[in-house]
Design a protein around this ligand. Structure first.
Ligand code: NAD
Ligand code: UDX
Length: 477
């Protein structure tokens, strides 16, 4: 098999950027060029302010950039020079046409593939890094073969990425496994061996596993579906806890001690977010329907529906505790990112909650340590709707710190589990003094020591724990 000397990655996003920066960092003998059509994004990768926030990413990029790691808008040059090309472009859910709302939009994958076929003047190994529906490699192969110059061969591999945002660098440094799917032919196996050598620069050989292309593609959707299903399961149980007096953290702990279940990924929350879970499950639902497996489709769809229900349920609890009306009240939203340690807001539950609060005519003040202000306005408005931002700004403001967000508020709603919001870090006495009374905290992430915070005077309402403040109608019976 060939030894890879030059790699091109198409797509300088949350996956392409960190993944290929780590590949370059760990393989100083390989030249890695990350290309993107988005010039502003490439400029940011080449500057001191990287376009994404990830703990440890700055160090990796700054120690490698200009040595054997390059960021460029010249897609053609990147393709021409490379032996191996990662396709790491976005695959969002289709918003129009057949499969709208479920199927993945493969337009970006296809245009990157066509570009490779058009430009390449030598054999290439083309690697699917994007998360794609099962059998996408076959479509890529047709496109490449139909458009290739004579005597040029392409080998297609599937190499899904399992990093999670907020921990991308440590996930890449110490992966549970690296998965490479190939055709079971001599060429396919040989291409897989070349890619395996790249990862062997820092990953133990027995953690680099190879398998058939379709299994590899499906494993990525399957892993995300199983992970999201755990959260929806624990969130469904959190509703039972709230109604019975059980405590979801205790239930998770008790269940997680069973080695068959394990303790990770059992934290109840206001709902899962992120660019992957919902998209990939909907993709799996669409795949199941296309394969005439409606029962399978319904099973997975329920994972997403439970997530929507959890966000609605938590909002209802806020409204009910605040005497059944939010009209004119100030709600401080702590955290807008979909999880801690990232500035990413894609599918963040905070967006849904803020929209619900707006419908109830509340004033909302948002604080997040990493999310850009312009991103918040983008998330709270429909693309292309003129002047909508002005209407949103009448109800929503962005605070410079949590104290400003909470000043004069009736309630704090914790949407993201940033450590910054813990009672060991924030001065909740100061916050309490500045709020309307009774002052409520709704902990949607189970990050507060409820006992300590309620001693200050707060009414603390925690997801997965029974309601602590009075239930109006019953008290008067
Ligand atoms: P992203 O939107 O952050 O980045 C994709 C980039 O590709 C964009 O910068 C876009 O400009 C660029 N692009 C699109 N078409 C192009 C083309 N034809 N030529 C050059 N550049 C092009 O997306 P992301 O979060 O990095 O996700 C990429 C893929 O990885 C998706 O399929 C996603 O499902 C998968 N994935 C994401 C994560 C995650 O945590 N974000 C984890 C695992 C897998
Ligand atoms: C996920 C997968 O974990 C990763 O393997 C895949 O490559 C991309 O999709 P990501 O979305 O970045 O990663 O973050 P993840 O840590 O999985 O969290 C997703 C959402 O679930 C977040 O909103 C998080 O807060 C929530 N979550 C996670 C819970 O509510 N409870 C948990 O126990 C774990």
């Amino acid at each position: 098999h060939i030894t890879i000397k030059s790699i091109c990655c198409i797509g300088a996003g949350y996956v392409g950027g960190p993944t290929c920066a780590v590949i370059a960092h760990k393989n100083p003998h390989i030249k890695v060029t990350i290309v993107d059509l988005n010039a502003a994004r490439i400029a940011a990768w080449n500057s001191d302010e990287l376009p994404i926030y990830e703990p440890g990413l700055d160090e990796v990029v700054k120690s490698t950039r200009g040595r054997n790691l390059f960021f460029s808008t010249d897609v053609d040059a990147g393709i021409l020079e490379a032996d191996l090309i990662f396709v790491s472009v976005n695959t969002p859910t289709k918003i129009k046409g057949i499969g709208a709302g479920f199927a993945a939009d493969l337009g970006y994958v296809e245009s990157a593939t066509r570009k490779i076929a058009e430009v390449a003047k030598s054999d290439k190994i083309v690697v699917e890094k994007s998360t794609v529906p099962c059998r996408t490699a076959q479509s890529m192969r047709y496109i490449l073969e139909a458009n290739a110059k004579p005597d040029i061969h392409f080998d297609i591999l599937s190499n899904p990425e399992f990093l999670a945002e907020g921990t991308a660098i440590s996930d890449l440094f110490y992966p549970d496994r690296v998965l490479i799917g190939s055709l079971d032919t001599e060429r396919g196996r040989s291409a897989a061996a070349s890619l395996a050598d790249v990862y062997a620069g820092w990953v133990a050989r027995d953690q680099i596993i190879t398998m058939n292309l379709w299994s590899s593609e499906l494993s990525k959707l399957a892993a995300n579906a199983l992970l999201a299903q755990r959260i929806s399961s624990i969130n469904a149980l959190s509703a039972i806890c709230e109604a019975t007096g059980a405590d979801i953290d205790e239930v998770s702990y008790a269940c997680g001690l069973d080695t068959r279940i394990g303790p990770k990924f059992l934290k109840a929350s206001v709902g899962f977010g992120g660019s992957c879970f919902q998209k990939d499950i909907l993709n799996l639902v669409y795949l199941s329907e296309s394969l005439h497996l409606p029962e399978v489709a319904t099973y997975w769809k329920q994972v997403v529906e439970m997530n929507e229900y959890q966000k609605r349920r938590f909002t209802n609890r806020v409204i009910s505790c605040l005497f059944n009306t939010l009209t004119g009240k100030k709600i401080a939203v702590f955290g807008f990112a979909f999880k801690k340690d990232t500035g990413d807001t894609r599918e963040s539950p905070a967006i849904t909650l803020v929209n619900y609060f707006r419908e109830e005519k509340a004033y909302i003040s948002i604080f997040d340590p990493k999310v850009e202000e312009s991103q918040v306005w983008m998330d709270l408005t429909e693309p292309g709707v003129v002047d909508e931002t002005e209407a949103v700004k009448k109800q929503v403001s962005i605070a410079a710190d949590p104290y400003e967000a909470a000043a004069g508020a009736d309630a704090i709603v914790i949407c993201t589990e940033w450590n910054d919001f813990r009672e060991t870090v924030l001065d909740y006495e100061r916050i309490y003094a500045s709020m309307k009374k009774p002052a409520f905290i709704f902990d949607g992430r189970l990050i507060l020591d409820a006992k300590k915070v309620s001693q200050i005077g707060f009414k603390v309402e925690t997801i997965g724990r029974p309601r602590t403040t009075f239930v109006q109608s019953k008290d008067f019976e």
